[in-house]
Design a protein around this ligand. Structure first.
Ligand code: PLP
Length: 442
């Protein structure tokens, strides 16, 4: 019998087929088309990664222009992070932080995050990811106002096109209709205002009454909605309004935190300081799940003064020692390799590449970016901003994938664009490669 041929990654065709069938039978994928999975199997099965490249089971290599989910910031194959996890697992694999029990990795990581965060944000609560971080923020602000004798201050305002996650609170705050209407159960007391409209925000505050509003939450740069940058002065005005009406300002930095935009935190670009920063993804470059929030000294000192009983909120894995040890090592790598500055410089390079594509290709309209988050808008006629009858971004993203480049086609709410967020370790040659592949495919 002829020997079955192995691909260069060491997987035979029959092993591949077996994995496809097991996937279809047993694996319900997150944010995926169930129908597509059942008809075609998993789109790709990845097996390994190095630097900014990943390889699939058939041995084909892809430049990951999206850092998987905006999160593999230090790139793939960093053995130091594996070593940090192993060292911690050998020493103390897990230890709960409930009931004021503590351990070195959680203590040191909270101190390190406080050092990186804007000056007045100094105290950290840990979660396992972004959705939990935002849900924690929503509960925390309500608890805060209860302690301050204003229990009716519990409404949360967010913006249209925002993405804040999929737990009950974070999905209720999410402004992208597709996520909100996936089930018919968004929570009461969550409100969205038109993106960047100061008038709409003021009107809502007036209609609902400032004494009923706990917090306003916003991504400094909207990610999932399509890399959307705020107009000048938007956040200065938001900060003033929040101060005037005693509304806490939460910056959702799940994508933008820890260097992606060319600063430690995205909100630093806009000259204001929020009361709470929520983070996840980049804190461990996705090597292990971890998220959290950083609260202001003001909130912390009020909590210290007013809270008498137990703070009845904590996840089993809040402050997981192995996650925190990996987080510490990851932040050390970002600092030692100057990756925040690299994100800034390579972001400029990426944007220059997009601008060149805009000149070369009739369908490339607006291009934009900040640090290593960027997008190009696609139009049938860019002089009139006329869109194609049906969006072309998904087809283009699929063709880019065929050509070895991973990015994301964004079609939410009438848009048609490609979004990019390569790892922060990317260099000039690799940026040129991204532009070259897009040029060829366009
Ligand atoms: N907030 C923002 C801005 C995000 O981009 C995401 C995820 O992409 C989340 C929250 C949710 O994070 P997670 O998927 O880790 O729950």
């Amino acid at each position: 019998m002829a020997q079955e041929k192995e691909s260069i990654t060491g997987y035979s065709e029959s092993r591949y087929q077996e994995l496809v069938e097991l996937d279809k039978k047993h694996f319900l994928h997150p944010t995926s088309s169930i129908k597509q999975q059942q008809e075609k199997g998993p789109a790709l099965i990845f097996t390994e990664g190095k630097g900014i490249y990943v390889k699939d089971i058939k041995g084909k290599s892809y430049l990951d222009g999206f850092s998987s989910l905006w999160n593999v910031n230090v790139g793939y194959g960093r053995t130091e992070l594996g070593q940090a996890a192993m060292d911690q697992m050998e020493k103390l694999a897990f230890s709960s932080c409930f009931s004021t029990f503590s351990h070195e990795p959680a203590i040191l990581l909270s101190a390190k995050i406080a050092e990186l965060a804007p000056e007045s944000l100094n105290t950290v609560f840990f979660t396992s990811g972004g959705s939990e971080s935002n849900d924690t923020a929503f509960k925390l602000v309500r608890y805060y106002w209860m302690l301050k004798g204003q229990p009716e201050k519990k409404k949360i305002i967010s913006r249209r096109r925002s993405y804040h996650g999929v737990a009950m609170g974070s999905t209720s705050a999410t402004g992208l209709a597709a996520f909100r209407t996936f089930t018919n159960s968004p929570l009461p007391d969550f409100f969205q205002v038109d993106n960047f409209s100061i008038e709409a925000l003021l009107e809502l505050i007036e209609t609902e009454g400032p004494d009923t509003i706990a917090a306003f939450i916003s991504e400094p740069i909207q990610g999932t909605g399509g890399v959307i940058l705020p107009p000048d002065n938007y956040f200065t005005q938001v900060r003033e309004i929040c101060d005037k009406h005693n509304i806490l300002f939460i910056a959702d930095e799940v994508i933008t935190g820890f260097g992606r935009t060319g600063k430690n935190f995205g909100i630093e670009h806009f000259g204001v300081t929020p009361d709470i920063i929520c983070f996840a993804k980049g804190v461990t470059s996705a090597y292990i799940p971890l998220g959290g929030l950083i609260i202001s000294e003001q909130i912390h000192s009020d909590l210290k003064e007013l809270s008498n009983g137990i703070f009845f909120h904590g996840y089993t894995y809040s402050g997981h020692p192995t996650s925190c040890a990996v987080g510490l090592k990851n932040l050390e790598i970002i600092e030692q390799e100057n990756l925040v500055e690299n994100a800034r410089m390579m972001g400029e390079e990426l944007l220059r590449g997009f601008q060149w594509l805009q000149k070369e290709h009739a369908i490339v309209g607006e291009v934009r970016g900040i640090g290593l988050m960027g997008a190009i808008e696609l139009y049938k006629d860019k002089t009139t901003n006329e869109r194609f009858e049906s969006p072309i971004a998904p087809g283009l993203a699929a063709e880019l994938l065929n050509n070895g480049l991973i990015c994301r086609g964004v079609t939410y709410e009438g848009s048609d664009m490609l979004a990019f967020a390569p790892p922060l370790v990317i260099n000039q040659e690799e940026i040129a490669k991204i532009i070259e592949i897009i040029d060829k495919v366009l």
